[in-house]
Design a protein around this ligand. Structure first.
Ligand code: UDP
Length: 239
């Protein structure tokens, strides 16, 4: 018999940067690869919900620095995440994984509205639920939405997939060569040391609700390994 998976239900956050492979738009090759990594654990019975970012299209904060009104720019950012959600849905279905997209901004022709109880039902039936349009609220990030959705659908953990960094470091590894990777850290310490690999709102929401987080790199089948419950990256815990 196969050992039972470590997680019953998890929430996976994929950044928009990853979807674009460093450029504007979507790169079908990288999405297809991650869809294969998700399909395996799903077929082994892990219930998976996914929050997708949108930084490969628009980031509200950047557009507002260039003169746009922040809220409108943030809505553009949220709409970008929906395109990533649809792209991921397509490649998951090519792997024979049944999916539903739910968006926080209603758009009935392309996706279901966000209905948490229905999302749970989908997962119980083996469907992957992809959450698009963030929280539907300006001034939020998709990292924070990942924490909130994980709490609301009662996931065992939130898995933050990162591009180019494989966990939480003592400093920014891209700027500080002396920075070292941390195996386990508390939310309080991550906040106090201002470790910004995940945004502070997401950290504090998880801390207050004692939701475990794994921050890990996508390289080397990171998504498949994290979904299977392997100890990779950094574990962030309430205390
Ligand atoms: N956004 C927002 N509210 C949300 C989620 C996202 O306003 O609840 C906007 C925000 O402008 C953000 C953009 O959508 O910059 C894209 O999301 P994010 O930057 O979190 O994506 P990622 O960094 O993961 O690619």
């Amino acid at each position: 018999v196969r050992p039972s998976p470590a997680y019953r239900r998890v929430l996976l956050k994929l950044s928009g940067e990853f979807f674009g492979n460093g450029r504007v738009g979507v790169d079908p090759d990288v999405i297809s690869q991650v869809a294969r990594e998700i399909a395996g654990p799903v077929k082994q019975g892990v219930q998976v919900a996914i929050v997708v970012g949108g930084g490969n299209f628009f980031r509200g904060a950047e557009l507002s620095q260039r003169g746009m009104e922040r809220s409108r720019a943030d809505y553009m950012g949220m709409l970008g995440t929906v395109m990533n959600a649809l792209a991921l849905q397509d490649f998951l279905e090519q792997q024979d994984v049944s999916t539903r997209v739910q968006t926080a901004i209603t758009m009935g022709q392309v996706a279901e509205p966000y209905i948490p109880r229905r999302a749970i039902r989908h997962m119980e039936k083996g469907r992957v639920v992809i959450f698009g349009a963030g929280a539907g609220m300006p001034y939020f990030s998709t990292d924070t939405v990942a924490a909130q959705r994980a709490l609301e659908v009662r996931a065992d953990a939130v898995l933050m997939a990162k591009n180019g960094v494989d966990g939480v470091y003592t400093g920014d590894p891209r700027k500080d060569p002396a920075a070292t990777k941390i195996d386990t850290i508390s939310y309080a310490e991550a906040l106090q040391r201002n470790l910004r690999v995940v945004d502070t709102t997401a950290f504090s929401l998880c801390m207050d609700n004692r939701l475990p987080m794994i921050v890990f790199g996508m390289e080397g089948q990171g998504v498949a390994r994290a979904l299977r419950g392997e100890r990779i990256g950094t574990q962030v815990i309430a205390d």
